[in-house]
Design a binder for this molecule. Structure first.
Ligand code: ATP
Length: 347
């Protein structure tokens, strides 16, 4: 059987892109693979790479746990826990960081993007990394530790995380090959690339729907009301082609994005959906999209509101999840003792 691990940062209520692109797949994986061990984590330590308001972070952590329960992650079936409740993640991250060349971390596109961002923000032509915190460079090692700590074999990720997963494999392999007696310490984790359902911004269909975009109308949150959903979809950017609906992502990105959303909500092929909507105008298409999104989120939204109010239940899930995660990770850190193989048995 496989051990499947995935994590998500506690950065506010997920949007439709997060849900369709990642989280709904988690539920599928959990439900379709009863023989596998499935582990899902709210990775609070990763959130610290960016400035956080402590009070808000505490609330976001709890909200993300409530969201995962609301969409169907079942703590009886999956290990669901807060990464920052298990200090073994940081212990293993430190060990792994000592066998990871900084050059590999500097080649991560996530790091390069941060550098470019900071360069633009400071209007500097020279790339200067000296002001960026070290966590931004090393968090892919923490990610490797998150995975390897549970000796996970499979990691559901989006295409954008493929490089980080490759690094995790690489680090696992380096560890296994470098230290005597540790050849089977870490299985090499395989990416389960989530079938790509990239949802674009409702306001700028050249960009993905994202939580950090300035305009809140560019994204639909899982907790948006039916009225908010309808208003955001109605105001979505489309094009001025009025004769019918076609799926043509390069010529008609806004319209095609609405079709992508509709197809994902009703779980049908986008071309079938486009054929069905061919005779519609944009107003009719938007009405269809809004009601499909509403139908998709209405259950999870109500569950979220219910669970969020049940602090006792949330605390209990967090506690039991932490205990299960601790027990499993101790099999790696206490029984297999990676540090001992490094310090005493070095080749
Ligand atoms: P940011 O604004 O920092 O890009 P985000 O919430 O939009 O944040 P991430 O936190 O990077 O996105 O991603 C969380 C998960 O959601 C990842 O697995 C990612 O692949 C997926 N995801 C994010 N945005 C989209 C999108 N627009 N369409 C499909 N999947 C997405």
């Amino acid at each position: 059987p496989r051990t499947i691990f995935s994590g998500i940062q506690p950065t506010g209520i997920p949007h439709l892109g997060n849900y369709l692109g990642a989280l709904s797949n988690w539920v599928k994986i959990q439900n379709e693979n009863p023989q596998d061990r499935v582990i899902f984590s709210v990775v609070g330590w990763h959130a610290l790479t960016l400035p956080q308001n402590p009070k808000e972070l505490v609330a976001s952590r709890r909200d993300m746990l409530a969201v995962l329960l609301a969409i169907g992650i079942d703590p009886k079936r999956s290990i669901l826990f807060h990464q920052d409740a298990n200090a073994m993640h940081t212990e293993l991250a430190w060990i792994l960081s000592c066998i990871t060349p900084t050059g590999k971390l500097r080649r991560m596109t996530s790091w390069k993007a941060r550098l470019a961002e900071s360069r633009n923000a400071n209007d500097e032509s020279e790339v200067d990394e000296s002001m960026l915190n070290a966590g931004l460079l090393t968090y892919p090692v923490l990610q490797a530790a998150d995975i390897l700590l549970y000796r996970a074999t499979h990691v559901p990720v989006g295409e954008d995380q493929r490089q980080h997963l490759e690094l995790s494999r690489d680090i696992a392999d380096t560890f296994n090959r470098t230290f005597k007696g540790s050849s089977r310490m870490f299985p090499l984790p395989t990416a389960l690339i989530t079938p790509s359902k990239r949802i674009l911004s409702l306001k700028d269909p050249s960009a993905k729907m994202s939580k950090s975009a300035a305009d809140p109308a560019s994204r639909i949150l899982l907790t948006d009301s039916a009225a908010q959903i309808a208003a955001k979809v109605r105001a979505a950017v489309t094009d001025s082609i009025t004769t019918g609906v076609t799926y043509d992502p390069s010529a008609r990105p806004g319209t095609s994005n609405l079709l992508t959303i509709l197809a994902a909500c009703v779980d049908e092929d986008v071309h079938d959906v486009a054929a069905r909507c061919a005779g519609m105008n944009h107003g009719e298409l938007k009405a269809e999209v809004a009601s499909a999104v509403e139908a998709l989120v209405t259950g999870p939204r109500a569950e979220f509101e219910r669970i969020r109010g049940d602090v006792g239940y949330l605390d209990q899930v967090a506690q039991e999840g932490a205990a299960a995660a601790y027990e499993l990770s101790a099999q790696t850190m206490v029984q297999k003792r990676p540090l001992r193989s490094m310090s005493h048995l070095r080749k």
